[in-house]
Unconditional design. Sequence first.
Length: 227
Amino acid sequence: MSGRVSLVIPARNEAATLPGVLDELPWDLLHEVIVVEGGSTDDTFEVAKRYNHPKLMAVKQSGKGFGQANIQGIHMASGEFITVFDGDGSFDPQGLGLMLDKMDGGYDFVFCSRYLPEAGSDDDTAIRLLGNRIFTSLLRTMFGVRLSDALFYYCMGRREIYGKLPLISQDFSLCVEVPIRVHRMGCRYAELPLRERPRLAGASKVNAARDGALILAAMLRFLREIR
Ligand SMILES: Nc1nc2c(ncn2[C@@H]2O[C@H](COP(=O)(O)OP(=O)(O)O)[C@@H](O)[C@H]2O)c(=O)[nH]1
Ligand SMILES: [Mg+2]
């Protein structure tokens, strides 16, 4: 099959948005799309199955949480590159072509940033913007990661590296675990400015206080790993 990118779409209660997200994808760039559904009370899984595209596979997640769903999808992927892609319409699919072009400049990973000049977000709330600022400066000072947007988690990585990262985060901490491990492994990575769009429908699964605390605890754990 042509196309170089394996797209992993974690989805929980995204039945209303998933068809629109899939319609917009640049399928010729994609090797495959793996929808990993879990914990839904709507028919997200059936909607993904019904979409019936030859490059699309829908699976049930075997455990719980955003991180677990993504790690499962990342391990299933077989394309040259892997990107985790939101199922809510907030990721601009044009970012895929832009990241692919940048990867061809010789990078192992490319991370999109909403906080570089010419970027921005239509999905951030004030509390999430503040949290992201804090986590970004922690990521930079505690781990030396050279990124300006800790929590977007719209990135592309070479499968041979991405698939071998010893990822453990079951929750949203995966967003910081990936750049921490990429940096620690001495990978070549770069940033790309990209505007985040608003969610098309439904509600965010992020709880700023609970998930913020989980991410902070995970960062302290990752710091202890190297001590
Ligand atoms: N399979 C699975 N997907 C999830 C889970 N939690 C969130 N997602 C999906 O992960 C993506 C990002 O979550 P979202 O709520 O949009 O987070 P936000 O973009 O930070 O507001 C969406 O496509 C969600 O449906 C989960 O526990 N399991
Ligand atoms: Mg989202």
